[in-house]
Design a protein around this ligand. Sequence first.
Ligand code: DGY
Length: 325
Amino acid sequence: MSRPSLLATHPLFPEARTLLNARCDVEYWQRPERPSRAEFLKQVAPKDGVICLLTEKIDKEMLAAAPKVRIAANVAVGYDNISLPDCTSRKVVVTNTPGVLDETTADFAWTLLMCAARRVEEGEALCRSGQWAGWNLDQLCGGDVWGKTLGVVGFGRIGRAVARRSRGFGMKVIYTDAIRAPEGVEHELGARYVDMDTLLASADFVTLHVPMMAGTHHLINAERLKKMKPTAYLVNTARGPVVDNEALYQALKAGTIAGAGIDVHEQEPKIHAGLVSLKNVVLTPHIASASVETRTKMACMAAENVLAFFGGQRPPNVVNPEALG
Ligand code: DGY
């Protein structure tokens, strides 16, 4: 094939552009805001492939609008923005960026956990308000982290990286997953496998690391929030719809749980208005993997997937191998 023509819905990083520009003709989305759906459909229409972010829907409509597209390279590990059945039936290869963001995301789950437990945002706001009247014995007391029980829901690469970090805090680790981890992993991380109800009832911190799919929609709902301890905290760096945000708001308001750290939201970029009004939740805008190093690696990985594909090789991170060949 001559130089394939691609749309990248982001300028990416210079390292990824250098890789791509050597072998492809790439149109890069340049504006700081995300492209509208109409702009995206128009730009992708004549292309052979697309490098997209999780903000772009790759679905039947897009595939019909861009009939030459052979690959959709998502710059994310999660690919719930992409309809795999539609891509596979059209033989469009889908790739993602697993592995490179695990440690950075785990760092951030811990950032949220610590900020929520130790009321960092409230303290920061007090410092900036000019209202701090000085040290006081019961001022902004939060919950201890050290020695507590960490409950990991979804014990894949990221869940395990979060668990590993708890060792320095002398925590107990329990986890739940559809598949139990090998004994060696449990031993290394000092992690005990339990069912979901036991985890919710026992953990002081519940951290979510499951992919978004039909079975994980509202995995944490009103009923499950009630099973958590009133002193417990919830951390979500997975996907927004894994948590019923209205139920979370009600639980935080009523004191059913003590607090939460939430990086991903049910209807991004909208954030539940109730959550915004509460002090016992730390809210961030889907930035758990947002270090320069990691985002650069993610962009390069997407570029390498595309280059392998158009070079006649199997892309390293295909999620629908049925679409190959
Ligand atoms: C992903 O990769 O799925 C994250 O949500 C963005 O890093």
